[in-house]
Write a protein that binds this ligand. Structure first.
Ligand code: AMP
Ligand code: ZN
Length: 430
């Protein structure tokens, strides 16, 4: 089944011609509207008229995470402020988020891409989609929501957590699809088992769209077996609209990336040089249709490769291998991006906290922060410790938007490593 068969199965030569036209328009647009890009283009000596073939993309400057942070709030905006229809943000390392703007066409286009993804897995207007991603400033929930509405599904804006209520909604409204993080999908499966609910018999669930954080093929199978459903890998990021960038089709053999909207490169993360199809490197994307905030050669920091060859479904847009890791230290916990530096900043601002700390991730996305007390941090009063512990928890929650467990330990008891500190212990079973 296709949402937009013509574009989804477009011949490669026609697709590449379309890409080139859109790339040229995008470069001209930022060169004329965005002073930051004017500067960056000047720095690498490239003019819009230099882009004569797709290979010329390499003459364009990269855009990094820090470009977006430095441009906060509106330094990368390419349309008049009153033409902006929606704002989303994504967390950054310095407490300043990254601002992402959408025009009316951008909002519509993002929903179109999600609609393609959903229909590609067999979704129809008869489906009921329970959206368990976080609503609010994040793109994850809203962009999926609009896409599923475009297909005509009944969309339940459940948000994450509160498993009791999730289950009730699933039972009462005969939910057929859930949009969920891998960790929460596994948690839900456990929860149902404890409640004596057999999803195969008691629910109408058929599919899950699982993404927002890395997970393995084993985790996919585990979720599929536990819930008796098909799991489709869903990849996206706020900088590129959120969900709907790349998605698996019915064959579940890699994620088709919508190349009419995104120009795709895989580069060597160290040198930035392009790698051929099949080789593993960092995914770099250029938006081809964005109006409000076009991005040139955005370094996603996600490690993947292009799966060579055609897909049996007939779509001509190339497929990405499951994301195997990241080039930076961003952690994704319960679908939320967290940089260890955010945690460090909060801890180190408190005089009662010592020098060392450790972030432990285990089980199904449980986060514990072990915090050493300062030498003078403990005066023998247990109630002071309890107060400090809840103060740290509250401050961390305000910073990273998820509540960790905080464990206070005496000074000098956490391991000290030689060289680069190993602050994060990630033994999650995802
Ligand atoms: P955000 O900007 O909050 O939407 O987070 C985007 C990041 O989440 C991506 O750059 C990836 O690192 C990660 N991510 C999203 N979907 C997936 C997926 N299906 N598999 C692995 N990582 C993912
Ligand atoms: Zn396919």
């Amino acid at each position: 089944m296709f949402w937009d068969q013509k574009i989804e199965t477009i011949e490669r030569t026609a697709l590449e011609a379309l890409q080139l036209m859109r790339l040229q328009a995008t470069v001209s647009r930022v060169a004329c509207k965005v002073p930051r890009y004017q500067q960056k283009l000047a720095d690498c000596g490239t003019k819009p008229s230099d882009i004569r073939s797709l290979a010329d993309v390499q003459r364009l400057p990269f855009t990094s995470n820090s470009d977006l942070r430095d441009a906060y709030p509106a330094g990368l905006l390419a349309i008049a402020p009153d033409e902006v229809l929606r704002l989303h943000t994504s967390s950054g390392t310095t407490g300043k988020p990254k601002a992402l703007f959408f025009s009316a066409n951008d909002v519509n286009n993002a929903a179109e891409l999600v609609a393609r993804c959903l229909v590609m897995t067999g979704v129809t207007r008869r489906d009921v989609l329970q959206n368990m991603m976080t609503y609010g400033l994040f793109t994850g929930a809203l962009v999926m929501h609009y896409g599923a509405e475009k297909v005509g599904c009944l969309v339940i804006p459940a948000g994450p957590g509160n498993s009791e209520k999730q289950l009730l909604l699933m039972q009462d409204f005969r939910t057929t699809i859930v949009h969920v993080t891998p960790s929460y999908a596994l948690y839900l499966a456990d929860f149902m088992e404890k409640k004596g609910v057999d999803p195969r018999k008691d629910l109408a669930l058929r599919k899950a769209f699982v993404g927002a954080e890395p997970y393995t093929e084993e985790t996919r199978r585990k979720i599929e077996e536990a819930l008796g459903i098909d799991v489709y890998n869903s990849y996206g990021m706020s900088e590129m609209n959120g969900p709907g960038v790349a998605f698996e089709c019915e064959h579940k053999c890699g994620m088709h990336l919508w190349e009419d909207n995104y120009l795709l490169e895989i580069v060597d993360p160290q040198t930035g040089k392009p790698l051929p199809d099949g080789q593993t490197g960092e995914l770099v994307l250029t938006t081809l249709c964005r109006e409000a905030m076009p991005l040139l050669r955005y370094r996603t920091r996600d490690i993947t490769s292009i799966i060579p060859g055609p897909c049996p479904c007939g779509r001509t847009h190339r497929r990405l291998h499951r994301i195997t890791g990241r080039t930076d230290d961003m952690l994704i916990v319960r679908g939320v991006n967290i940089y260890p530096q955010q945690i460090e900043r909060v801890l180190m601002s408190l005089p009662s906290v010592g020098r060392n700390y450790q972030i432990v991730l285990e089980g199904l996305d449980e986060m514990t922060i072990n915090v050493e007390l300062a030498e003078a941090g403990f005066d023998g009063h247990v109630e002071h410790l309890t107060r400090l512990q809840s103060e740290i928890t509250d401050r961390l929650r305000a910073e990273i938007l998820t509540k960790p467990k905080v464990h206070l330990v005496p000074p000098g008891t956490l391991p000290v490593s030689e060289g680069k500190a190993k602050r994060v212990i990630d033994s999650r079973s995802l």
